[in-house]
Design a protein around this ligand. Structure first.
Ligand code: HEM
Length: 211
């Protein structure tokens, strides 16, 4: 069980972080808006962002929700199996059928989302992910949805928030950052591993030594 939680919890969070950083590097206005929110709420020099700051950082959550919409780390969720014969919208599903849910397609469906392929974190400012019904499900749905959703969001918030709070970021190689193609499999990873340059904006060593 411990091993399963480790596997399920590490790749999903690291993949989300990589996509989020790539999206922010390609959208400097969003990067600046996020940095301003963190600077205004947490500051730059005195302390590192911590879990108590997360409720006061709505745009950080919008950025992560929008990243999970465009690049859900588990694009087909996990395979499920019907426990009974049933009929769904006229389709007969015999007991024992393996069911895959294509959340990647649902979350980019232009019938469900305006400017579906665009990175617009602001779309989550008014919408609450839990109220988006079946069109937004990066953690799955129902009884077998991700038990680590809260922890996963918290980890990505802290990791992304720290990277933006502590460093100035620049693209290393335009082509690599701008190429947002994905490797589709059980996990949706970035085909070209992200490379970026960073420079400390605050006394990172002193701040980290206080952790
Ligand atoms: C951004 C972070 C994460 C994302 C996007 C994510 C997403 C998912 C998804 C889509 C599923 C399958 C749900 C389904 O098939 O309906 C799942 C299952 C699971 N996740 Fe996560 N996850 C994340 C983080 C974590 C963390 C941090 C942990 C644990 C520490 C975790 C533990 C698990 C476990 C144990 C399952 C299997 C649940 C079952 O089979 O009933 N996940 N996750």
């Amino acid at each position: 069980m411990k091993q399963m939680m480790f596997i399920a919890g590490t790749e999903t969070t690291s993949i989300t972080l990589e996509w989020a950083m790539a999206l922010l590097l390609n959208h400097p206005r969003a990067m600046q808006k996020l940095r301003t929110e963190i600077d205004d709420t947490v500051g730059v020099h005195d302390r590192l962002i911590n879990e108590h700051d997360i409720p006061s950082l709505p745009y950080l959550k919008c950025v992560i929700n929008e990243t999970l919409r465009l690049y859900p780390p588990a694009p087909f969720l996990l395979p499920h199996s019907s426990s009974e014969d049933c009929t769904v919208k006229g389709y007969r599903v015999p007991k024992g059928t393996t069911l895959m849910v294509n959340v990647w397609a649902m979350q980019r469906d232009p019938k469900l989302w305006e400017q579906a392929d665009e990175f617009l974190p602001e779309r989550f400012e008014s919408a609450r992910p839990a109220e988006e019904g079946c069109k937004y499900a990066p953690f799955g749905m129902g009884r077998r949805s991700c038990p680590g959703a809260g922890m996963g969001m918290g980890l990505v918030c802290l990791a992304l928030g720290s990277l933006v709070q502590c460093f100035e970021w620049e693209k290393e190689e335009e082509a690599v950052v701008e190429d947002m193609s994905a490797d589709f499999g059980i996990a949706l990873s970035k085909k070209m591993a992200l490379e970026a340059k960073c420079a400390p904006r605050c006394d990172v060593v002193r701040l980290l030594s206080n952790v």
